[in-house]
Design a protein around this ligand. Sequence first.
Ligand code: ZN
Length: 395
Amino acid sequence: MDDTDSLQGGCTTETLFRLIQALPEHVTVGPARLVRLWPFAQQRTRGNAAVAVELNTEDEQGLLVFLEHYWRNCILPLRGMVQTSQHNDREQFPSDPGMVWFSESVNDYTIYREGLRRELSLQNLPTPTKSWGGHGQIGATLAILWPAEELTFEAIAWREPSANGLRQLDKRAIEHVDEMEGTFLCRDDRLGESLLAPRGVSPVLFGIRAWTRDVAMEALEVLLDAPNTEPVIGSLVFETNQATNDHLGHSIVGRVDRVEVLRGGHTVIHASEQRFLAFKESGQIATISQQLREGDVVEWKGLMAPDQSIHIEFMKIQQLAPHKHRPACPTCDKSMSSMGKDQGLRCKKCGHKTDDCWIETPRLLPVNQWFQPPASSRRHLAKPLDNAPSIQNNL
Ligand SMILES: [Zn+2]
């Protein structure tokens, strides 16, 4: 299912959890999954994630009757609520929940990958055995099509309905989870902030990302059992495509033509083939981008936005153009200029002459090293450079 969250709260992960809790006894529950989709989708939900779960039963008809009722009573009423947006300038779309059921498991890596890189419509997708609702059917189907060959895990726990205000998480348990081998994106070191609790209105108390299911389970227990963590209605470990780089294609190598710093602080790099955008919040990517010069050769990875610019998620300088300039006149301290080929240099002010030469200043930017934005400004899908187990293969 997808597209069930709204300004009034709610989160698609919680909707799925509640559905699982309500399942009839003849149904056994398989793995649940949380799949992040194309971040630029027009009607995206808050976290732009769809969810799915494998259900097994001898009585599919009975299950479908249950799903029909559950849809009508518990999910359909969520339709039409306006979603929150972290970007005030973004158009608000009312939520349009969708749910699909496939009798057999279906995988399609090609369509799934397309769903991470562009807007898809229902016509692009295989037809489910049964479907409910509207726009959310697209994300719901993509969540099922994801082959989950490369996957990570997220343990999510939800607050009690009466809970509001600040989330109560045990501080020592937070540190413990952060230090565990195999968890990732628990904190933003630059800001010194924990990233376990979501920001804004959400029934989610915390989400712990981990490279393996075992670590996710263990960390979940640590946090839930800690004395100062508030009570929860339940928890679930999801398989997820987070931190897989699935949304990215090959890197692009280009030669810098010019660099433009926009009024808002973002930087546009005009390169031989493409325009690249470094957001103000992107840390070293932003500061390095501003110091690039014509002739630098840079390798980038990022998603193409609807305006055709590429939003930088990974960046590596391959080659720096030498920074050369003419020597200054010893009397006037002004840069001297060439008088023509083999004619030497001359100071325009006092006429001082010297042999033709260049002065080269070294450039101090790091070469052959990948950079990515700080943890809090990264896409869910982006693989962290610092502790991802298979980072060498995919970059
Ligand atoms: Zn001079």
